[in-house]
Write a new protein. Sequence first.
Length: 399
Amino acid sequence: MRTGDQALIKELNKNIIMNLIRNQSPISRAQISVESGLNKATVSSIVDELIHDGLVTELGPARSAIGRRPLMLGFNATAGYAIGVELGIEYVHVLTVDLAGRIVSSHESPLPATDVGSVISEIAAHIEDEVSKTPASALGIIGVGVGVPGLVDFASGTILYAPNLNWSDVPMRTLLEERVDLPVFVDNEANTGALAEQLFGVGTEDENAVYFSVGTGIGVGVILNRTLIRGSGGTAGEFGHMIVEAGGLRCSCGSRGCLEMYASTRALVSKYAQIAGAGASFDDVIRRIRDGETLAVQAVDSVGRYLGIGISNVINGLNPSLVVIGNRMSEAGKRLLRPVHEMIRNAALGVPASHARVELSSLGRNATATGAASLALNDFFQGPFPYAHATTSRAGAKS
Ligand SMILES: [Zn+2]
């Protein structure tokens, strides 16, 4: 048990002051003192340290105050950066955000192979590439978050099972930390998508929200009472494997009739090929949907109806105020929402359905990777400052 020694109290006070400045900037020392209940001398000495650390800057005198104008303090969001990685089944998407979660660079490339060794090498190479492009800053890169399509033990950063990659028990955090010398956080990609929408997207006001990540597979991130729900084994939200057709199509999980066999991007592509009698890539099908091509619209109607069944079940079970449809399928746009809404009207209970609005992700292709980066940001802002996980000098841009 940690007792209230001086060092711990100072660490906690510094954390409180850092997060007050981060959330309420511009703010004066006097306002911090009032908000935190800490005396002015303590506030002043800690603020000086945060300025020295590069996390806080003096912005100048307040504009509108009457009388003696206090010096305002600001959060320096470019004091450091975090990297977010989305591991898809067929691609890897890597981006860098500043400490406020604003994207400063982003790139995506196809995944050449899906064996563990190749994927770790590929991700490590992309991270190193982002590190070399990041502007020089006081703290450099503070950490890396990875969103993966599978069941994850968040505490250890282990991928327990990823059916679409055919992976079991992959210690991704350990493998990546050996390669990149940065703290690494790993979570399910639907969880990171949900976090991104909560922090930066359409869900900032919602206490109870679900994020349907509809890509090659389907996963759901569940936020209840503003908290991401991980479940007892870390695997909550696997609604992609709810059965929507008893005895239906065989799924990679071994079961039959799972939602993701009928409503994923793969399902859209194969439905279109079946209706049209000729195949097309996912991007082509999306373009045809947007152009209103009849056969493509029929395919998205089929996918949307199944997605609506899945969403209805989740609305009935969890009573969220928001359902976000994210990941690649959101690119189908409003045309996808029509059959989804129709199915919810027919299938969901009236009361929970009346509370739930259904929206497309506002972050689109960046949702999962941005949410992954936020795992590193969240850890960083829990303190202590300077950051305990800082292992070596991370000066950002290599000279
Ligand atoms: Zn399944």
